[in-house]
Design a protein around this ligand. Structure first.
Ligand code: ADP
Length: 186
């Protein structure tokens, strides 16, 4: 019986993640999705929310479970008795990152193998950051995330806008200070 851990932030889970999870679940006997309990500051969803969204998105996978975790990924893998860590690879940057972390992880936990699955071509450009940025600019994300995720994002983005100083009641100046990668004029 081989149990694999697929760790990530999943803020939020999108179709590229789901594709990797489905393929990993078909390779390994059990797949555990590890939702990294990162500081909530820069995240759209807190850990409990991300866990719930992942759980809903992967409910169709009968051999898949979800756990939040803190600290080292290899320690999480040891705790749940996983022999393999699964990651997705989209491009050379992912490869460089994963190979470096993978070698460090092997040094710390040589009994745990790394299994990188190449992204399916239709999701190769997709990241949680892109999904959040497009949703934040009122773009259509329906081909990138499940409807429940899109709905949760719309609700959270609306809450965040209402919380912005000067936007409640709606202010005329609602320009964000961060330069957008998706708008030519930033
Ligand atoms: P991180 O782990 O850096 O916080 P994510 O939670 O977004 O990033 O991603 C978790 C894992 O899913 C990583 O291995 C990442 O490379 C992979 N992944 C993210 N987006 C895609 C995609 N579009 N296709 C395949 N794998 C992906």
């Amino acid at each position: 019986m081989i149990r694999a851990l697929y760790p990530g932030t999943f803020d939020p889970i999108h179709n590229g993640h789901i594709d990797i999870a489905q393929r990993a679940a078909s390779i390994f006997d059990e797949l555990v999705i590890g939702v990294y309990d990162a500081p909530p500051k820069k995240l759209l969803f807190n850990t409990a929310e991300r866990v719930a969204l992942v759980r809903g998105a992967l409910a169709h996978l009968s051999n898949c479970s979800i756990v939040p975790f803190v600290g080292l990924t290899v320690e999480c893998a040891r705790t749940i008795d996983a022999r393999v860590i699964v990651r997705g690879l989209r491009n050379l940057a992912d490869f460089e990152f994963e190979s470096q972390i993978g070698l460090a992880n092997r040094k710390m936990a040589p009994e745990i193998e790394l299994c990188c699955l190449i992204s399916s071509t239709e999701y190769i450009y997709l990241s949680s950051t892109i999904v959040k940025e497009v949703a934040g600019l009122h773009g259509d994300i329906s081909s990138w995330v499940q409807p429940a995720i899109a709905q949760a994002m719309a609700q959270r983005l609306a809450e965040n806008r209402a919380d912005l100083p000067g936007t409640n009641p709606p202010a005329k100046k609602s320009v964000t200070k961060t330069r957008s990668k998706l708008t030519h004029h930033g």
